[in-house]
Design a protein around this ligand. Sequence first.
Ligand SMILES: NC(=O)c1ccc[n+]([C@@H]2O[C@H](COP(=O)([O-])OP(=O)(O)OC[C@H]3O[C@@H](n4cnc5c(N)ncnc54)[C@H](OP(=O)(O)O)[C@@H]3O)[C@@H](O)[C@H]2O)c1
Length: 279
Amino acid sequence: MAVRRPAAPDRKAPGRSRNGSGAASSWAPVPTTFRSANRSLPNPWERIFGPLRRGQIDDLVVVGQCGQSIDARIATASGHSHYINGEGGLIHLHRLRALVDAVVIGVGTAIADDPQLTVRRVDGPNPARVVIDPNGRLPSSARLLAADGIRRVVISDVEAPAVLPAGVEVVLLPAREGQLAPAAIVAALAACGFRRILIEGGADTVSRFVAARCLDRLHVLVAPIILGAGRSSLTLPPIERLDEAMRAPMHVHNLGGDVLLDCDLSAQRLPIGRAKISM
Ligand SMILES: NC(=O)c1ccc[n+]([C@@H]2O[C@H](COP(=O)([O-])OP(=O)(O)OC[C@H]3O[C@@H](n4cnc5c(N)ncnc54)[C@H](OP(=O)(O)O)[C@@H]3O)[C@@H](O)[C@H]2O)c1
């Protein structure tokens, strides 16, 4: 099964962008307006990103993202995953990065993809980069650890911090049966001063945050391909009955090829706290 490849990995999107609404408006001022107190974002950005401006449950906004095929796969059976999404989905991911204070990945993604986690396809500031690495597996050569003036944070178990380059902040949390509590991770990031947090992946990491009821929203980016087999996007503990299912009211946005399902999980989100510094 062929997986679509990116058009141009490092190209910035043009300043004006067209969305499914047919309306075109400039992206360039959005990251600044998004962080300011009162002004609405120009459409279509208010509809898509407005819900991420302030938390419904507490001071924090935690958004997960998942790029997947129509049949909810994030990779082929052999693990090939670059890229499920087309240009519209990839630009959306970079917009999310430009709007949050910190982007979080699991060490599985850090090792498999060696991502930079910077904002390259659109205008906007780079977020702090955070890796969850309970067993100290992250190589010190990982690109996201590069010293470029952006904060880099590794979250590890008290028993197993990795040897890391100078300047990388380390947050140590106690693991229980191999799991660092997602609520404790979010609280620790809030203590670092991060208020809006993107849980970018992979599937295992996002699933843990969903299962622990630590997401305000989940952005599912559905690409128009069917893989038939391979890694599932979300995997949660089984339920017996449909009435036990997590309910997630959705807004649907056409990203030009890919479709964004913006799922509101605030009804089940646990209260966690307040960021030390509002950024
Ligand atoms: N389609 C997308 O949107 C997307 C986005 C990102 C990545 N990906 C793909 O996803 C794949 C990797 O995903 P993955 O699910 O295998 O791995 P992953 O989610 O990136 O990392 C999982 C690992 O991170 C650690 N971890 C994360 N949360 C933890 C927690 N709360 N407590 C303890 N440990 C935690 C664990 O490390 P230990 O194993 O050391 O215990 C866990 O095994 C790659 O192929 C990548 O390309 C896809």
